[in-house]
Write a protein that binds this ligand. Sequence first.
Ligand code: GDD
Ligand code: MG
Length: 334
Amino acid sequence: MKAVVLVGGFGTRLRPLTLTTPKQMLPVIDRPMLEHVIGGLGRHGVDEVTLSLGYKEDVFREAYPDARCAGVALKYAVEPEPLDTAGAVRFAANAAGIDETFIVINGDVFTDLDVSAVWQRHHEVGAEGTIALTPVDDPSRYGVVPTDPDGRVTGFVEKPPRDEAPTNWINAGTYVLEPSVLDRIDADRRVSIERETFPALVADGGLWAVKSDAYWVDAGTPYTYLQIQMDLLDGVRGEKVNGVSPDASIDPAARVERSVIMGGASVAAGAVVRDAVVSTGAVIRSEAVVDGSVVGPGAVVGDRAKVTGLTMIGDGMVVEAGAALDGVKFPESG
Ligand code: GDD
Ligand code: MG
């Protein structure tokens, strides 16, 4: 099975972290988000992934110079300019020479979804496209997808106002598509698969869905970027994972609770790190507090400083001794 993985977005909701690292290359515990995603595809039988690249494409290519990632062969398709989700799929599928049924995944989705079940249903019903659906509490942030009792899609509404969502089943960002879908997408302009291509497929009766309540999180926001890591630590997805790298240095008089401390990071005496992510090479000085926040790579949190409330600290930033940052992005301009 061949898959196109969309990884070309700007990751604006995860700034400032994404000013230096594209979203899918941000680390999750001990490896880039992308390796978790591609590893999952590999376990379901995908053996070739084409990365649909745009923003900071060089970071991906440098990370996988031998064109393999998590045991899966990689191809690269670099858009000359952002073509939006459908434009990107068309561009990447053409670049990879895909002319058979294929899979498309949003590269920021963390899930245990069974993509082979979607593949199987797609062939059973003879669909032109089949999408996985997952239930959420607030569908307004997603593509909302009503179906008939057989699973044929009857509408596709991208990010509707909260009180206008027709169902809480949303587009899980995993599709099986026939190559004929590519012919529906105009070349050389921005086309959204959610706003143009899927509604057109619905009108023709060719879009089907498979509902799943498997683990599913879109990791594209500060809250969910933390959540997927806390879930791995808590054992929400199988075995509990240890979040403290063997290459981190933690003073015996520091307190680290339910946190990820990446390689080369250090936490000094008297510091408290709780429900947080401390990225590669970051420094948490004495008696500082980091709670429910992300400290970017190489950043420094000064003595007695407090970083709380989903604060995101960018690459190499320095939080002054005694400062208090609560629920902010630092730098703000990010
Ligand atoms: N190559 C390329 N070019 N990739 C892009 C572009 C582009 O122009 N724009 C976005 N992407 C990539 C992003 O990097 C991401 O992996 C994926 O496409 C989806 O973009 P997001 O920005 O994460 O979209 P979203 O989370 O708001 O909504 C999408 O995902 C939801 C599920 O997670 C939609 O597909 C929703 O319908 C869906 O419910
Ligand atoms: Mg997303």
